[in-house]
Design a protein. Structure first.
Length: 170
């Protein structure tokens, strides 16, 4: 479907989703434990908000099975995925599966949050704000701790699928 840019088109949910399928986004997994066991979900809405203080945001749909865990948690871990993690991204994006079962490799931080092994980077956050936004919730977290792994090509989500960005050669 081609949309002429000279004439505005009313934006319904279907068109909105189609437009954003054209926007490549980094892939992350958010994990938490609000006292009912480890929970996690794949997100592509991760944004850096501020370096001073270090703040980030992501959104979750209100119907997500993970929303009640994030709603009730004080902390979470945001894992940035690289090109090796397509299967992990799919696992945490799939409803009704044991996301923390085999083959997912993870452990708990000393502070109790679930930490996925081998993420390209991770950020432990204290959840500062949860704002209802349409059919979703915007979550704002303050970064309390971070870790980096070896640099690798990032995992992107675009047009309904996962893609690896090639490493720079220069």
């Amino acid at each position: 479907m081609t949309i002429a840019t000279s004439r505005p088109v009313p934006v319904d949910a279907t068109l909105f989703r189609q437009v954003f399928r054209r926007h490549a986004a980094g892939v992350a997994v958010v994990t938490t434990d609000a006292g009912r066991g480890a929970a996690g979900v794949t997100v592509t809405s991760l944004t850096s908000l501020s370096a001073e203080p270090p703040l980030l945001s992501f959104s979750l749909t209100a119907t997500s099975s993970v929303w009640p865990h994030v709603r009730d948690a004080c902390t979470a871990v945001v894992h940035l995925l690289d090109a090796r993690h397509t299967a992990l991204a799919r696992t945490f994006a799939t409803s009704g599966v044991n996301r923390f079962g085999t083959p997912t490799r993870w452990r708990r931080l000393p502070t109790g949050e679930p930490l996925l092994d081998d993420a390209a980077a991770w950020l432990r956050i204290s959840i500062e704000h949860r704002h209802p936004a349409g059919q979703a919730h915007l979550v704002i977290g303050r970064v309390e701790e971070a870790g980096l792994a070896e640099h690798a090509a990032p995992l992107l989500y675009h047009d309904g699928g996962y893609h690896a960005l090639q490493e720079r050669t220069s």
